[in-house]
Write a protein that binds this ligand. Structure first.
Ligand SMILES: NC(=O)c1ccc[n+]([C@@H]2O[C@H](COP(=O)([O-])OP(=O)(O)OC[C@H]3O[C@@H](n4cnc5c(N)ncnc54)[C@H](OP(=O)(O)O)[C@@H]3O)[C@@H](O)[C@H]2O)c1
Length: 215
């Protein structure tokens, strides 16, 4: 991990956001406020001017964000993952935080894609990338309105790479939440729609009890 340095006791990261919509824009902005360098991306980067809030934020193409970053937040629709990672180019050696949920739209309604974990699918597609799963269990509004509570809400995360998870845990704290490690990436299924950790704002005690019951 070359491009990070210690600053005021925190780690300054170069972060690329692929899918800078509701969830990507919100989490990326929280990280930028914490002092990280955040590169938001879009297929139409000129439409991201609302996210350029200071000198540590910039916008460009998906490929530019991927090349810039050591850590990628993937927050596009499940159905556009292939297109997004193909546009990104090589993600080898990088940390990819998967915030996607496996939904697809049918007859105007969102449906959970059965028997699929988007986190595990991504890891299979990107064997040289450190895929971790986080920021997918709570609604955008909770991230936007409840960051930095005195009793922070829990962001569940999982993954197979210890260093990637340590960096992610720090990023979760700096975004104003508390991280709860649920284990290796096979645990992603508990965080995704239909899983017991999905869509439930929880304080750390309740979250810990629930995670312990899963092991
Ligand atoms: N909504 C929530 O409360 C919430 C909470 C947690 C997790 N999530 C998950 O986060 C993901 C995004 O949800 P959202 O609500 O943030 O959606 P959103 O606001 O509609 O944003 C979707 C983003 O995906 C990007 N995108 C679409 N097609 C793309 C492609 N082919 N290549 C690259 N980027 C592409 C769009 O970028 P362009 O500018 O290029 O169009 C847009 O920024 C979904 O998987 C969702 O399940 C959502």
């Amino acid at each position: 991990m070359a491009a990070w340095s210690w600053r005021n006791g925190a780690t300054k990261m170069k972060i690329g956001v692929i899918g800078a919509g509701g969830i990507g824009g919100t989490i990326g902005t929280l990280w930028a406020k914490a002092g990280h360098e955040v590169f938001f991306s879009s297929r139409n980067p000129e439409q991201l001017s609302n996210l350029i809030t200071g000198e540590n934020t910039q916008a460009g193409t998906v490929a530019e964000a991927a090349a810039f970053a050591d850590v990628i937040l993937l927050a596009c629709y499940y159905t556009t993952i292939n297109e997004a990672i193909s546009a990104a180019g090589s993600l080898d050696g990088k940390i990819l935080i998967d915030a996607t949920n496996p939904y697809e739209r049918e007859n105007g309604k969102l449906h959970r894609v059965p028997d699929v974990s988007s986190g595990l699918e991504l890891a299979a597609k990107l064997p040289n990338t450190k895929v971790v799963k986080a920021y997918n269990t709570l609604p955008t509004a909770t991230f936007a309105n409840e960051a930095h509570r005195s009793e922070p809400y829990t962001v569940f995360y999982c993954g197979d790479d210890a260093e990637a998870k340590a960096i992610l845990a720090q990023l979760i704290i700096e975004s104003g939440f508390i991280g709860m490690d649920t284990g290796n990436l096979t645990q992603a299924i508990h965080q995704e729609p239909g899983g017991v950790l999905y869509n439930r704002p929880m304080l750390a005690n309740e979250a810990q009890q629930l995670v312990t019951s899963l092991i």
